[in-house]
Design a protein around this ligand. Structure first.
Ligand code: ATP
Ligand code: ATP
Ligand code: MG
Ligand code: MG
Lengths: 254, 254
């Protein structure tokens, strides 16, 4: 059955969008049918795959003013579709307040899509607010990108606490698929110290694949392409391909 | 009269907190009396200066359950005080909804402090939500840290639009003090292309000082210190000192 993978970390700039785009693209390149859902009003995942703001998007789907078919977009990458976002989605944060079962809006909206995809990857904003809670309630699994620096490490226990609360009250099936070390700079002691701290805490849930700092990953979105299309031989592309293979292999062993 | 400088950018991880801490510390080292206000529920600025979560903080001040004197903290850096934050502050995002004049809460709470400080620097979350709007309404000036990469560039026009709306409806005196290029990696074409784009658009409002990538800036908060205390001779410390001098000089010329 369909895996729904929420990419979550309330710390800003740790590689959520870069991971959501490139893991989704890598899984698609390995033959999976993949849907990338952009759940961030800043719409970086959408813009990074060349989809402009302004058309029917996730906001309209959640608000009930568009059908799911109106919002889905093909991308230029075989096997990868996109459910985009733009600033309209900010409305959701206010409109959800006081609404019963608001946590289930996203799960209900994407339920009809599950039959069409092997994987649904959800890119989340840098917060633990309504949109992220929706993603965690809809998800089967969470992937946590983590930059090996102090502020990112600081935020981990709060993130784990939020996941636990959602497992307890809203979504008992939710699992942590893995913690992914991103933008890793092996030259610094800080990176290695934080990596060791993370591995001590999360043990086998830390992906063996580590994504290095590679400018190709930062350039690709400016061309509206995943790094696989932009520069398949780059260290960044090879890392996300390796991550996709590891992700599939771990599922097989679970 | 007191400058109130909001450090704002809705993109995550562009160096808002690193700039807020280290510009505040640099201004204090040059003899200014400085207050750093942490307006981010993630409390990175507070933790980065060694102040733990859990005590009376900005949330209690805004909620009216604490006096300003209960929340102010001295730091280990001469001339630098802190008004801290922690997760409690998330409550504000919900509690402000529907409250009249909610945009003025921060301005009113810090008004009595203006006589005690030359500069009040406000660290904001990666969003344009209630807390950031409060900071922009309270501020005399905005400083925009900008990482020279595609997603950060994408967010600029929206940020400028928000500043304009606040100038028009809430705070006509608000000025953009400057755009600061952060984490600059001169080796990549991407960085230089984005820098040129930003300079074309913002012209003289871009600080001449550019903050390079320097691991000391990432290490300092793990010791609860500004980079000036942690490693004054580092490129990171020298960059923020140069920024402080440029900031003061630009004021003198304004
Ligand atoms: N491994 C990497 N090497 C080089 N640059 C990277 C890498 N991963 C991400 N980046 C760049 O770093 C910046 C932050 O990454 P990204 O936007 O994916 O993080 P995020 O967690 O989604 O941020 P936000 O919290 O704002 O949503 C972007 O400019 C991105 O292109
Ligand atoms: N010039 C620099 N060189 C090296 N590391 C840096 C530099 N500036 C910031 N950092 C590190 O980069 C990460 C992101 O910076 P920071 O937390 O200040 O950004 P932010 O905009 O406040 O993020 P958020 O949106 O989550 O509040 C942090 O781990 C920080 O220590
Ligand atoms: Mg993102
Ligand atoms: Mg910050």
């Amino acid at each position: 059955s369909t895996q729904i993978l929420a990419v979550v970390n309330q710390k800003g700039g740790v590689g959520k969008t870069t991971t959501a785009i490139n893991l989704a693209a890598a899984l698609a390149s390995l033959g999976e049918r993949v849907l990338l859902v952009d759940a961030d009003p800043q719409g970086n995942a959408s813009r990074g795959l060349g989809v402009a703001a302004g058309d029917a998007n996730l906001y309209h789907l959640l608000a009930g003013s568009a059908e799911v078919g109106d919002t889905l977009r093909k991308t230029a990458e075989p096997g990868l579709d996109l459910l985009p976002a733009d600033r309209d989605l900010v409305g959701v944060e206010v409109e959800f307040v006081g609404q019963p079962r608001w946590q289930w809006s996203l799960a209900e909206a994407i339920a009809p899509l599950r039959q069409h995809y092997d994987r649904i990857v959800v890119d989340c904003p840098p917060s633990l607010g309504h949109l992220t809670v929706n993603a965690l309630t809809a998800a089967t699994d969470v992937l946590v990108p983590l930059q090996c620096e102090y502020f990112a490490l600081e935020g981990v226990s709060e993130l784990v606490g939020t996941i636990r609360r959602i497992q307890a009250s809203l979504n008992p099936q939710l699992e942590i698929a893995g913690v992914l070390l991103t933008m890793f700079d092996e030259r610094t002691n800080l990176s290695r110290d934080v990596m060791n701290e993370i591995r001590r805490h999360f043990e086998r849930r830390v992906y063996r694949t580590v994504v290095p700092r590679n400018v190709r990953l930062a350039e690709a979105p400016s061309h509206g392409q995943s790094v696989l299309r932009y520069d398949l031989r780059s260290r960044g592309a090879q890392a996300y391909l390796a991550l996709a293979r590891e992700h599939l292999r771990r599922e097989g062993e679970a």
